[in-house]
Design a protein around this ligand. Structure first.
Ligand code: MN
Length: 241
């Protein structure tokens, strides 16, 4: 049986083609899998588990059928959907994972992350990340009405778009220093993350041994996944039409 890793689908009412491609993935390639790990930015935005948008209900319905079929389903927060909570996870039949999480798949240890915390040169974003992960800040935000939260989410998205267009390309990527620090801390030779939208397999030498950083792709023109099966790993993509 295979285990799959995906991230950065950025599910959004404006992109029904991506939602459809994801449901096709659950019914097709990923049907009957051992486990599915969704490593953040599953949704383009998340304003709270009480969101009654049709897309949310549709996704919960598909995920709950999928997990009920016997597939272990895991969810990690991204920088867009950091407010995903235990209500959503419970309704979807998923387990929320800490970022980072180290685990063994097919006897091989790996570290799973969303990847935003690896982009340490982006000081402005790192400051926002600290604020956004603060329980008090989250509680205050969640106490606002759905309408107010929708407006705030739209503002954050617009601010982040104009901010990112001003930022140099390289500060949006991971820093090697932080990659090595976190791999050493968790004593792993393989790191899997998303976030940067730069899908690739990077061979590293780490403590004199071969190591690897695998970057998952975002779902846009193509869908991406990492497939783990009997100790082999494949980074796969196919067109979204
Ligand atoms: Mn992200």
């Amino acid at each position: 049986m295979s285990t799959y890793f995906i991230s950065d689908l950025h599910l959004d009412e404006k992109r029904p083609d991506i939602t459809r491609a994801f449901f096709d993935f659950l019914h097709g390639r990923a049907a009957g899998a051992e486990a599915l790990y969704i490593l953040g930015d599953f949704f383009e935005a998340w304003i709270g588990d009480d969101d009654d948008a049709p897309l949310v209900e549709e996704v919960i319905r598909e995920l709950s059928h999928y997990s009920a079929s016997g597939v272990e389903l895991y969810l990690m927060h991204g920088n867009r959907d950091f407010l995903l909570g235990s209500d959503f996870a419970q309704r979807a039949g998923a387990t929320l994972l800490e970022d980072p999480t180290a685990l063994s798949v097919g006897g091989e240890r790996m570290l799973l992350m969303h990847g935003d915390s690896l982009c340490t040169l982006d000081k402005e974003y790192m400051a926002f990340r600290r604020q956004a992960r603060d329980p008090n800040w989250q509680r205050q935000l969640l106490s606002k009405s759905l309408q107010e939260r929708r407006a705030i989410a739209a503002q954050i998205r617009m601010a982040s778009k104009s901010m990112n267009s001003r930022k140099a390309e390289d500060i949006m990527d991971v820093t090697q220093e932080e990659v090595e620090r976190v791999m050493l801390e968790h004593n792993v030779h393989r790191l899997i993350h998303g976030h940067t939208h730069r899908p690739a397999r990077h061979a590293l030498t780490f403590n004199g041994e071969a190591a690897e950083r695998i970057v998952l792709g975002d779902w846009d023109k193509n869908a991406w996944c990492l497939k783990a099966n009997k100790g082999s790993l494949e980074l796969l993509h196919w067109p979204i039409d």
